[in-house]
Design a protein around this ligand. Structure first.
Ligand code: ADP
Ligand code: MG
Length: 476
C-alpha cells in the first residue's frame, strides 16, 4: 500500500506539470515494480509505452519522484510490467481513472472558493459558465487561437485588440470566446464583459430603432470593458446594424477596451460586410482554428467523457477519434449516443459495439459527414498508430526505433515511408501529427514521403504486395 500511496503522489505531481492530453495519452497504466536505495523501477503496459515515457517524460517523472522521496532517488527506470493487469496487483494505477478522480477533487475544492455569477451587461448576454479555458483542449490545430485568448485575459485591451478568431463551424470558436470572457470576469472583478452574437446584436439594434432608444443602446455598450461578438458573418447585408457596430467598435477601441470577435471566414473574405468594418477587424490579430488532429480529438473525447463522469475505455476513445474526424460536435454526439445507450441498457461500450454503431450511423445519418465513405466503414482492429508502426516493423523485420527516428540507412527508408503513408491514408492523421510521431519531422517532409509512396505503389508491384500484406495482417 505504501507503494501505491507514493505512486499516487508522484502522479499527482506529474499531472500538475504536464499538459492534460500528454498525461492521458502517454501514461496509461503505471506501477512501481521496485524501490532501491537510490533508484526506482516503474512498470508500464507495453514496450512502446516504456519507450515513450523514457524518451519524453523521464525528467518529469524523475523530478516528481525526487520530490516524493526527498531527493534520495538519483535515477529511475521504466520496464514492461507483465503483472500490471493482474487484479491483485495493488501497486498499479490506471491513470485514466486516477486523472478523473484527482481532477474531481480539485474541482470540488475550486468550486467552494468560486465566485458566483457573471457580471455581464445583462443576463441574456452573459457567457456560459460551461466553457472555460481549462476545459478547452489545446492541440496543434488551435494552439495559436488559444494562446491569443490567454494573452488577452492577461492584458485585456492591451495585447491583441481586436482579437479575431475564425474558421468553420463546430471547431470551438464559441467555446474559446466564452471561456475568454469568463476568465476575464474571474480575474478582474470590476470589468464588465458582454457576450453577444451578431444575430442578437441585430435584433437588439432593430428593436432599439423601433423604440427610438438607439442612444440608450450606445450608452450601454459604451460602459463595457470587454465586448465579445460571436459569428459576425451574420451581419452580412445589414448595413445599418453594421454602421452601429462600427461606431461602437471605435468608441471601445479608442478607450482601450477589449474586443473579441469570431467569424466563419477571415475578415478579408467577409465580402458582404462594409469594407471599413472588415478592416477594423484586422487591426489587431486574426487567428484561425484548424480541424482537430487525432491527438486533439482523442483528448477532447476523453475530456468530454470526464466532464460527464463517464468512463470510456481507451481503445474505444481511440477508435472514435480515428474515425470521427470532421469536427468536435460530431465527437460529442457519438459520445452522447454511447452514454444514452449505457444508461438504457447498462452495457459499457466495447470496441466492436462502437464500430458497429459508427457503421450503422454512416448509413442512416448525414451527421458523420466524411466518415460515411465506404472505405472508412471498417471494423478494423486498429487501436492506435502504435499498431501500424508495430506491424510495419514486424513485416520488414527491423527495429521500430529505426523507423521512427532519424536513421538515414537505406533499409529504414521504405518502411518509414510505408508507416507514414498508412497513417495518412488509413488513420487520416494530419501531416503535422505524423511528423511528430516520426521524431518531429516537418510537415513538408512527411507530405513528400506520402506522395512518393503513393507514386511508388502505382509502379512497384512487389511493394504494393508488401503494403497489402501489412494492411491485411492488421485488418485495415
Ligand atoms: P464553433 O463556435 O466553432 O461552431 P463550438 O465552440 O460551439 O464551435 O464547439 C462545438 C462543441 O465542441 C462545444 O461543445 C465545444 O465545447 C466543443 N469543443 C470544440 N473544440 C474544443 C476543444 N478544443 N476542447 C474542448 N471542447 C471543444
Ligand atoms: Mg459558434
Amino acid at each position: 500500500m505504501e507503494r501505491h500511496y507514493k505512486l499516487k503522489n508522484i502522479l499527482t505531481d506529474v499531472i500538475s506539470t504536464l499538459k492534460k492530453q500528454d498525461f492521458l495519452v502517454y501514461f496509461r497504466k503505471i506501477s512501481i515494480v521496485e524501490i532501491n536505495e537510490s533508484s526506482i523501477t516503474f512498470g508500464t503496459v507495453s514496450s512502446f509505452m516504456k519507450d515513450n515515457l523514457e524518451a519524453k517524460f523521464y525528467d518529469t517523472v524523475l523530478s516528481a519522484t525526487q520530490r516524493e522521496f526527498w531527493d534520495n532517488i538519483h535515477s529511475i527506470e521504466f520496464i514492461v510490467d507483465n503483472e500490471i493487469d493482474n487484479p491483485s496487483n495493488t501497486n498499479a494505477i490506471d491513470c485514466q481513472s486516477y486523472y478523473k478522480e484527482s481532477s474531481k477533487s480539485a474541482k470540488k475544492a475550486e468550486n467552494t472558493k468560486a465566485r458566483s455569477g457573471i457580471a455581464a451587461v445583462e443576463k441574456k448576454g452573459s457567457t456560459s459558465n460551461r466553457y472555460t479555458l481549462k476545459n478547452f483542449i489545446v492541440g496543434w490545430d488551435n494552439q495559436l487561437a488559444y494562446s491569443a485568448c490567454e494573452a488577452v485575459t492577461k492584458n485585456p485591451g492591451k495585447s491583441y485588440n481586436p482579437l479575431y478568431i475564425y474558421w468553420d463551424v463546430w471547431l470551438g470558436k464559441t467555446h474559446l470566446l466564452q471561456a475568454t470572457g469568463n476568465e476575464i470576469l474571474m480575474k478582474y472583478k470590476n470589468k464588465k464583459v458582454a457576450y453577444t452574437t451578431a444575430d442578437k446584436f441585430i435584433t437588439e439594434y432593430v428593436t432599439a430603432v423601433k423604440k427610438r432608444t438607439v442612444d440608450k443602446l450606445l450608452e450601454k455598450f459604451r460602459a463595457i470593458d470587454v465586448l465579445v461578438i460571436d459569428d459576425v458573418q451574420f451581419l452580412s447585408k445589414k448595413e445599418q446594424t453594421q454602421n452601429e457596430l462600427y461606431n461602437i467598435f471605435n468608441i471601445l477601441y479608442d478607450a482601450n477596451k477589449q474586443i473579441i470577435i469570431s467569424g466563419d471566414r477571415a475578415p478579408k473574405e467577409l465580402t458582404e460586410l462594409e469594407p471599413r468594418l472588415r478592416s477594423r477587424f484586422e487591426w489587431g490579430i486574426t487567428v484561425d482554428i484548424w480541424k482537430p488532429d487525432f491527438e486533439t480529438r482523442l483528448a477532447i473525447i476523453q475530456e468530454k467523457a470526464r466532464e460527464k463522469e463517464f468512463m470510456i475505455p481507451q481503445d474505444v476513445a481511440e477508435f472514435i477519434a480515428a474515425n470521427v474526424t470532421e469536427n468536435v460536435r460530431e465527437l460529442e454526439w457519438v459520445l452522447n449516443q454511447m452514454i444514452a445507450e449505457y444508461e438504457l441498457t447498462g452495457n459499457t461500450p466495447s470496441l466492436s459495439r462502437i464500430a458497429q454503431k459508427l457503421q450503422k450511423l454512416s448509413f442512416t445519418t448525414d451527421l458523420l459527414g466524411e466518415s460515411k465513405s465506404a472505405e472508412r466503414r471498417t471494423t478494423s482492429t486498429i487501436k492506435s498508430y502504435e499498431d501500424i508502426i508495430d506491424a510495419v516493423s514486424m513485416h520488414f523485420g527491423i527495429e521500430k526505433e529505426g523507423i521512427l527516428w532519424e536513421n538515414r540507412k537505406k533499409e529504414f527508408m521504405i518502411p518509414r515511408q510505408v508507416g507514414m503513408y498508412l497513417l495518412k491514408t488509413k488513420m487520416n492523421y494530419t501531416y503535422e501529427r505524423i511528423g511528430n510521431i516520426f521524431n518531429g519531422r516537418n510537415h513538408a517532409s512527411v507530405l513528400y514521403s506520402c506522395n512518393k509512396m503513393d507514386k511508388m505503389l502505382k509502379k512497384d508491384k512487389t511493394l504494393l504486395y508488401e503494403v497489402n500484406a501489412i494492411k491485411d495482417g492488421i485488418g485495415i
